[in-house]
Design a protein around this ligand. Structure first.
Ligand SMILES: Nc1nc2c(ncn2[C@@H]2O[C@H](COP(=O)(O)OP(=O)(O)OP(=O)(O)O)[C@@H](O)[C@H]2O)c(=O)[nH]1
Ligand SMILES: [Mg+2]
Length: 370
């Protein structure tokens, strides 16, 4: 058997070369597109390579070939035979080209199938479809989307998402620095509970002197809720009924290491209800603001909430109720649309245990279905 490699500008040209040299009985062993040589070759149309083989007869001569330097057939009969061979060759060429197209299609489908698999996993986990495309397309530039690479693909996707998350940013205090933290956000997301969890940790574990302030005087139960925590923890609580009482409360707490201010949950769709939070924030010197949101909130509502709190220049995010949410993609969406740091996740009702520093691993693992 004689095996030869042909390189041409495209499939047709390569086939003509095979036909001319090896004849109609040649068998195509392999075909592929190849990069042109040299650095600039990378940017040009690829070349086409065909490896073809021909059985040799006993006398070690090639079988009769159709296109060579032999004289052309003369008789009608020979002419017909030649025509038939030519047709056969054309069919063969068509078949090979189809086969190659199918081969490429198969490869594309395989790539698509793993791409689609992860796209669907992202969507099932409530990642916004634009964000899902973006992450998958970044990953596709870095790694071949084939089934054999699946582990590496998952790792790459997680790394890209972690890059978007950045590092969590919990409460950090420099020695001697007094910090005032204010908790704002929609009704019932867990602002008061989260504040109590942090107050407990900081007073018991970090032995900080804590002062609590609440401006949530709309419901008796709200004051009682925080009063109960303050009594259990042995930390002082001041209730303010008007924003202008805040200065006095802050003055009374001037010896505290940390001041935590609770606000009433407000309907973010009602402009007036946000006014008070705005006013209180404007009265505090250098406050650190936590926008508290529940992981169970839909993406549509998340966007509406972010929009309503657009008056805040600087804030950090806290996500509550991760234990109640079946998917965590929304946390990634929110991180990406706000570009704000995430400080904490809360994972249950128990004060103070059910709170943790916001680890991106928890979210990205859950998004890729681990
Ligand atoms: N499952 C679960 N429940 C939580 C979590 N955090 C808070 N809760 C519960 O959510 C409910 C509301 O919590 P609050 O702390 O009162 O919420 P809030 O944002 O202060 O509510 P308003 O002041 O009325 O706006 C309570 O029953 C909490 O126990 C959490 O991480 N997981
Ligand atoms: Mg509350």
């Amino acid at each position: 058997m004689k095996i030869k490699r042909y390189i041409a500008n495209d499939a047709q040209e390569a086939m003509v070369k095979v036909k001319a040299e090896l004849g109609t009985d040649a068998v195509i062993l392999h075909s592929r597109k190849i990069k042109r040589p040299g650095f600039f070759g990378f940017f040009k149309r690829p070349l086409f390579e065909i490896v073809a083989a021909i059985e040799e007869d006993e006398g070690n001569n090639k079988r009769k070939i159709a296109y060579n330097n032999e004289p052309k057939p003369k008789t009608d009969n020979e002419h017909d035979k030649f025509k038939a061979l030519q047709n056969q060759l054309d069919n063969m060429q068509g078949l090979i080209i189809n086969f190659m197209k199918k081969d490429e299609k198969l490869k594309e489908n395989k790539e698509d199938s793993i791409y689609n698999k992860y796209f669907n996993i992202f969507i099932e986990n409530d990642v916004d479809d634009h964000i899902a495309y973006k992450i998958l397309n970044i990953a596709k530039k870095q790694i071949n989307f084939t089934h054999e690479n699946e582990d590496a693909i998952r790792k790459t996707l997680k790394l890209i998402m972690k890059e978007y998350f950045g590092n969590p940013n919990p409460i950090l205090q420099r020695e001697g620095e007094r910090k005032t933290f204010i908790f704002v956000g929609p009704t019932g997301v867990g602002k008061t509970t989260t504040l109590a969890k942090l107050a407990a940790k900081m007073s018991i574990v970090d032995t900080k002197k804590i002062g609590l302030i609440t401006s949530d005087t709309y419901r008796i139960a709200a004051i009682e809720q925080l009063r109960t925590y303050s009594e259990i923890l042995g930390v002082e609580l001041k209730v303010i009924y008007e924003p202008n009482e805040l200065n006095e409360a802050l003055r009374l707490f001037k010896n505290k290491d940390v001041i935590l201010i609770d606000t009433a949950g407000r309907n973010h769709k009602i402009e007036d209800q946000l006014k008070e939070a705005k006013e209180i924030i404007s009265l505090i010197e250098n406050p650190e603001i936590f926008l508290v949101m529940s992981a169970t909130t839909t993406y549509k509502d998340v966007k509406s909430i972010i929009n309503s709190y657009g008056f805040l220049d600087q804030f950090k995010l806290i996500f509550t109720k991760l234990d109640e949410s079946t998917t965590l993609g929304n946390i990634l969406n929110t991180k990406i649309i706000t570009g704000k740091e995430i400080a904490y996740f809360t994972t249950g009702q128990i004060v103070p245990d059910d709170i943790e520093i916001a680890s991106p691993d928890r979210i990205v693992n859950s998004i890729v279905g681990e």
